[in-house]
Design a protein. Structure first.
Length: 102
């Protein structure tokens, strides 16, 4: 018997902006990441100012904001080593939008 999902999978019903911002540390190749309820993901934001506010929490000087498309940000998240499994839109830190990449 085939089972039908009555609830959408997390991340598939959520629209991300066409253009988003991620934090990148060029000297090390690291990206700003976040852990929400045990899920690790690359942090992204709909505005550059929100990205820089988040960067203030990161203990690594020289972080830059990179504007990219959703597909580019998704590729960045996919290229990160485990435990990164998602791209997270953190416009609301208490209710992030999570898109799983693996």
């Amino acid at each position: 018997m085939t089972e039908v999902l009555t609830q959408p999978l997390l991340g598939l019903d959520t629209e991300f902006p066409d253009s988003i911002f991620v934090l990148h540390h060029p000297a090390t190749g690291k990206y700003g990441c976040y852990c929400y309820q045990g899920i690790h993901g690359v942090a992204c934001f709909s505005s550059e100012s929100a990205a820089f506010r988040f960067a203030e929490w990161i203990d690594l000087s020289g972080m830059t904001s990179v504007e990219c498309s959703f597909d580019e940000a998704r590729d960045i998240a996919k290229s990160r080593p485990l435990p990164i499994v998602a791209l997270m839109l953190l416009d609301s830190m208490n209710d992030p939008k999570i898109h799983y990449v693996r």
